[in-house]
Design a protein around this ligand. Structure first.
Ligand code: ATP
Ligand code: MN
Length: 478
């Protein structure tokens, strides 16, 4: 039903443009349904095109009222669409009486369709205004519950409406570019995109952040509850899939019951993960650098306007070049301790530590050679067995970790030893051990927190500002 209503025009070739509605009717071989209230869907100009000065003498615009004020004779209605905002002046003497009535009465977020002449005017936001000759209020909005200067909590409770804000729209456009750039980069390197399950029974990132899901339909009778977990990472599945495809990636949600309430933790986040056969840690690090630079280039070429709306200085992003600086965990410990921390070998870096470390940086920073307690699947460094052949990548300006990755233990014997060393039971890793028994090879992989990357690129105060419906320990609604 949504399809037939939708006025959107497919961008195929200009000569072939057809409305989705017509396509739908054609495809399903139906009689063309008529929607008497629905305006003809041809000939509209986007606000971006009007603001660029390239539109004709008379334009048709449709969108929503962003701001409005009126006097007895003149209504100033700022209208937004997905591409920008523009001021429209509706003058009592220039339009039909009912049009002027509508324009002066309609509250913000009313949907409108208007026609008029674009005029250059330096006083108007964006340098252009439209002098309306027709102004139709398509749907009168009720009083919008969001006004200026409202609390974060209010905006989160009204997220379904706050998604219309310019900040959200800008962040979501940048987010879309980041997703596309991630996919393009790995696809161009001939990596295959693969999906892994979200219901699992194995943990790879530690039990404390596991979500349990009751999964016990049949077992209910026996009185024995059975739980599955929500996936924290695709990694164990990736390693199995890799033996067939060699070079793979995914883009999927991961779930972590994060007790830590920081500006960078969600309970459901989007995870870009990569796994590659025959590849060593340092080679993977080089590919990752290339990926970050590619993502930045794509955002800089597609989203200048959005960065500006968000108040983000693009030159900071422009100046980021590979290769990124690298420090060993041990040296980072020293540095942090010299800044007043009191950390010993084996201690984890949390948000506080990473913030201090990266606050003054202009470019991302790799930390390598973490202590071997960090995870059983990371490969201990053959030259320095107390540390691992692995890395984290930290974003600058206080953002901290955006990537965790490294080389995996590939030898089956060594893996069993490592699992025991961590106090875990090799039996519970049955199939994961199995994949090592048939022609194992060195391999590396990583996980990138896409939301964290978007948050950093946007210069956001909190990760929840860059995902449409954020999920945290305290929020699963709207
Ligand atoms: P942190 O120490 O910051 O909690 P982590 O070390 O647990 O992260 P990894 O297991 O290395 O994270 O996961 C790979 C990447 O996934 C991280 O570098 C980060 O970018 C992202 N990530 C992990 N947990 C979260 C989360 N709760 N919310 C958003 N992104 C996350
Ligand atoms: Mn990590």
């Amino acid at each position: 039903m949504g399809w037939a209503h939708s006025p959107t025009v497919y961008k195929i070739k200009p000569s072939q443009q057809v409305s989705i509605g017509k396509l739908f009717d054609r495809a399903s071989n139906r009689v063309n349904m008529e929607y008497p209230e629905f305006p003809d869907d041809a000939g509209y100009t986007s606000i971006r095109d009007v603001l660029s000065g390239k539109s004709g003498k008379s334009v048709k615009i449709r969108g929503w009222i962003y701001r409005t004020r009126s006097s007895g004779k003149l209504a100033f209605v700022v209208v937004r669409d997905s591409t920008g905002v523009i001021q429209c002046t509706v003058s009592r003497d220039k339009v039909a009486e009912s049009d002027f009535d509508g324009a002066s009465k309609a509250l913000i977020e009313s949907s409108v369709i208007l026609e008029g002449e674009p005029v250059k005017d330096d006083r108007a936001p964006g340098g252009w205004e439209i002098r309306a000759s027709k102004f139709e209020v398509f749907h009168f909005a009720e009083t919008f519950p969001i006004t200026k200067d409202q609390s974060d909590e209010h905006l989160l409770n009204n997220r379904h409406l706050w998604l219309r804000s310019r900040n959200m729209v800008s962040a979501l456009k940048i987010r879309s570019t980041v997703f596309k750039a991630f996919r393009d980069y790995w696809t161009n390197l001939d990596f295959t995109e693969i999906q892994s399950p979200s219901f699992t029974t194995s943990a790879c990132e530690g039990g404390s952040t596991l979500f349990n899901v009751s999964y016990d339909d049949e077992n209910e009778k026996s009185g024995q509850k059975f739980y599955a977990h929500l996936s924290q990472s695709w990694q164990l599945y990736a390693e199995a899939t890799m033996f067939g495809l060699e070079n793979i990636f995914t883009l999927a949600p991961s779930f972590r019951a994060e007790k830590s309430r920081t500006r960078r933790h969600l309970t459901e986040f989007w995870h870009g993960e990569v796994e590659s056969a025959w590849l060593h840690n340092h080679q993977m690090m080089e590919l990752e650098e290339g990926m970050i630079v590619h993502i930045l280039e794509e955002v800089l070429s597609s989203n200048r306007a959005e960065l500006e709306v968000l108040g983000r200085d693009a030159s900071i992003l422009e100046n980021i070049k590979a290769p990124f600086d690298k420090m060993k965990y041990e040296d980072v410990l020293g540095k942090l301790n010299s800044m007043g921390f009191d950390l010993g070998w084996g201690d984890d870096f949390g948000y506080k530590e990473e913030k201090a470390l990266t606050q003054e940086l202009k470019s991302p920073l790799y930390i390598t050679n973490f202590p071997r307690e960090k995870g059983f699947y990371h490969r201990p460094d053959p030259n320095d067995p107390k540390s691992l052949v692995c890395h984290d990548l930290l974003a600058p300006e206080g953002y901290g970790e955006i990537i965790g990755g490294g080389e995996r233990v590939w030898s089956p014997d060594e893996l069993i030893e490592r699992i025991k060393e961590e106090g875990l039971e090799p039996e519970s890793y049955g199939w994961y051990l199995d994949i090592r028994k048939f022609g194992s090879v060195p391999h590396s992989g990583f996980g990138l927190g896409i939301d964290r990357v978007v948050s950093w690129i946007c210069g956001s105060e909190h990760i929840k500002h860059v995902i449409p419906f954020p999920r945290t320990m305290r929020r699963t609604t709207p």
